[in-house]
Design a protein around this ligand. Structure first.
Ligand code: FCB
Length: 445
């Protein structure tokens, strides 16, 4: 592929970091091996809540194939790899006795990365809460902040000699908003949503302190999913629903964490769950803002559902990915600008990517020019934001591998690498080679 098809990266900093992201439950498999305890996602899968009754039992078998996966990253030329630790793998009951074989897996992974010259970026929580803690109320229990702090102490003291980049949470607004633990997904459960929101924010603040205390030279952030929420029609009700959702989705976590305040519209609902001193516990200094961005979200009013919204129709003519997500690189640029202006922190884009239904062709190759076009336009938009002064310092593609895409199971593919789930064979797609070329070219500048 000729470099003329690469976007300009001239506006990016010289030491800009190119990476890829994954998460534990989505790739590891080995859910019953070496003493791992069950997570809430194992239970959702057992309960048949996932498309095609898919489970995480094998996933990409990364637990056994991590060497091959690190070798893929080396071929890509990424400088950094964002992964998450499965809390129930290292603390099967969520607290109490640590599971040495689980910790040893992450030792092996981290050592393999470092040997390949790839910096490990460790996310503490990418949605696989130990079921034992869910049984105690999960994030609705205020104690969850202390459980999370203890788990963070274990991870920080074990890996902090080799890992310096830590994220507390992945997308707190998303896993709370779509949590299956809140009760009925109607307005009667909104109070549970606000309670859990506050506790996750407290857990974030507690973890920041633990990391700062235990890891020399640590660099900390939280990863937020920011997407503008737009009404799907011109009606006033849809506009109000989009505004209400947007405030929760985009502001309920970064505002308290980075600015020490909940958005005014949420205060009356959250204040009943606050204790004196809580905001100071939440708003601890972080080093960067982790941004996940995919697309704008279209919203319609639904008076009966939680927060009074549902996803709405996308207006005719809006370009979509095969899985139906709007494509709008301009909004990516605007979102980067907004984060820069609102929070004033260095930004790392820790997820962006393209979901589709890739298949190998008759020669066995996986050719995905649409993903390349998407990445080219989004990276171009990021370059434009950087050129206008936005302090963006890294970009990580979701994802290294096709993987378990939550409620969609294995049906949706986001990888730069195709995974044949029957044989577990990895096939780099054409976007893989394109990204490798981009990184090489950008780093030569
Ligand atoms: C994000 C999640 C990630 C993956 C991508 C497609 O919201 O953080 O795990 O599912 O979407």
């Amino acid at each position: 592929m000729s470099t003329s098809e690469l976007p300009s990266t001239a506006g990016l900093r010289p030491n800009f970091i190119w990476g890829v992201s994954t998460s534990s439950f989505q790739i590891e498999g080995a859910t019953k091996e070496d003493g791992r305890g069950p997570s809430i996602w194992d239970v959702y899968c057992q309960n048949g809540e996932v498309k095609n009754h898919d489970t995480g039992d094998i996933a990409c078998d990364h637990y056994h194939r991590y060497r091959e996966d690190v070798a893929l990253m080396k071929r890509l030329g990424v400088q950094a790899y964002r992964f998450s630790v499965a809390w129930p793998r290292v603390l099967p009951q969520g607290r109490g006795t640590a599971n040495e074989p689980g910790l040893a897996f992450y030792d092996r992974l981290v050592d393999e990365l470092l040997a390949a010259g790839i910096e490990p970026w460790l996310c503490l929580y990418h949605w696989d809460l130990p079921q034992a803690l869910e049984d105690l109320g999960g994030w609705q229990n205020r104690e969850s902040a202390a459980w999370f702090a203890d788990y963070t102490t274990l991870v920080a003291t074990r890996f902090g000699d080799r890992v310096k980049r830590f994220a507390t949470f992945n997308e707190p607004s998303i896993f709370n908003l779509f949590s299956r633990s809140l009760g009925k997904r109607d307005r009667s459960s909104e109070d549970n949503l606000y309670r859990a929101t506050h506790h996750v924010n407290l857990a974030h603040g507690a973890a920041v302190d633990v990391l700062r205390e235990n890891v020399q030279g640590v660099s900390i952030g939280c990863i937020h999913n920011l997407q503008p929420c737009w009404p799907s029609s011109g009606s006033a009700a849809d506009a109000a629903a989009a505004e209400r959702l947007g405030i929760y989705w985009n502001d309920a976590f970064p505002d308290p964490q980075c600015r020490g305040e909940y958005p005014p519209a949420l205060r009356p609902a959250i204040e009943p769950h606050m204790e004196p001193g809580d905001m100071a516990r939440i708003c601890r200094p972080v080093d960067w803002f982790g941004l996940n961005h995919y697309s704008p979200v279209y919203v319609r009013a639904d008076a009966t559902s939680m927060l009074g919204f549902d996803f709405g129709e996308k207006p005719a003519g809006v370009p979509l990915t095969p899985i139906g997500w709007p494509i709008n690189p301009q909004v990516f640029s605007e979102t980067l600008r907004k984060v820069h202006d609102n929070y004033g922190l260095p930004i790392y884009v820790l997820e962006n990517g393209y979901g589709s239904f890739d298949k190998p062709d008759e020669t066995g190759a996986v050719i995905d020019p649409e993903r390349i076009a998407f990445l080219r336009s989004y990276i171009g938009a990021m370059n434009a934001a950087a050129s206008s002064g936005v302090d963006v310092r890294g970009y990580f593609i979701w994802s290294l591998l096709d993987n378990f895409e939550w409620a969609s199971g294995y049906s949706e593919r986001f990888g730069l690498t195709y995974v044949d789930y029957a044989s577990l064979r990895r096939i780099p797609k054409s976007s893989f080679h394109w990204y490798a070329d981009l990184i090489k070219t950008a780093r030569l500048r």
